[in-house]
Write a protein that binds this ligand. Structure first.
Ligand SMILES: CC(C)(COP(=O)(O)OP(=O)(O)OC[C@H]1O[C@@H](n2cnc3c(N)ncnc32)[C@H](O)[C@@H]1OP(=O)(O)O)[C@@H](O)C(=O)NCCC(=O)NCCS
Length: 210
């Protein structure tokens, strides 16, 4: 019986094999070399309020208020738990000591084939590869567990660090546009990037050819 199941799964085309047989909509805990991505909880509130109260972060994302209070942090954790801000919100934490570093998440788009990725890291933790590491496991989870064909990313045209993270994940430039920024009090110019399932599969299999 098990042999039949294995043969059945191996007989699928490579592209089909990497599609989930039973798509899931929850957010499993994700592990990478240095990080644990898990649901935000009450113990994160102090660190979240401290790190998020930073104009260098708020002005680069769409919906983060600035200044950012402990009440905003508590509200964020509550809304993440109830699913009000999307069903896939993660706290990015260090695997060795559990320290809270920032947040990331996936937001389904209206076409049901696309999710948009978002992330921020506390400024003391920038430029150590954490955002890229978190994005890699989040992207892998999204393509492996959801029936999606695309992951989108948007960053302000001035956001050199985020554009670099997006490039290191294999996204390709699609165009320019605008999005609303709460902290900027209006619309800001952004670049739109996309990673499609076949490009992701190609990147994932590249190492196996060596
Ligand atoms: C964008 C952000 C998440 C990046 O986090 P991070 O953990 O520092 O990212 P990584 O270390 O994985 O990669 C950052 C890359 O940007 C590069 N970089 C950072 N600042 C740079 C600058 N001023 N000029 C050129 N490159 C820069 C780093 O060198 C690194 O690239 P490399 O690995 O090729 O050297 C973080 O800066 C942040 O939270 N910013 C505010 C919120 C935000 O912009 N969120 C994204 C919204 S789209």
């Amino acid at each position: 019986m098990q042999g039949e199941l294995i043969r059945a799964s191996q007989s699928r085309l490579p592209e089909e094999r990497l599609r989930p047989e039973r798509p899931r909509s929850d957010c499993p805990v994700l592990l990478s070399q240095r990080l644990v991505l898990r649901a935000p909880h009450e113990e994160d509130i102090d660190a979240l309020a401290h790190l998020a109260n930073n104009a260098n972060i708020a002005t680069m994302v769409s919906r983060m208020p600035y200044p950012y209070s402990a009440k905003d942090a508590a509200d964020f954790v509550r809304r993440a738990k109830t699913g009000e801000i999307g069903k896939c919100v993660y706290a990015i934490t260090r695997g060795d000591n559990g320290a809270f570093l920032g947040c990331c998440g996936l937001e389904p788009q209206e076409d049901n084939q696309t999710v948009e990725i978002g992330y921020w890291l506390g400024e003391p933790h920038w430029n150590q590869g954490y955002a890229t590491e978190a994005a890699h496991v989040l992207i892998d989870m999204a393509f492996r567990t959801r029936e999606i064909d695309y992951i989108d990313a948007r960053c302000r045209v001035t956001n050199v660090a985020s554009r670099r993270v997006i490039q290191k994940c294999g996204f390709q430039f699609q165009g320019s546009g605008m999005f609303g920024s709460l902290a900027m009090g209006g619309m800001v110019a952004v670049e739109w990037f996309r990673l499609d399932r076949k490009t992701w599969m190609s990147l994932r299999s590249w190492g196996e050819l060596r």
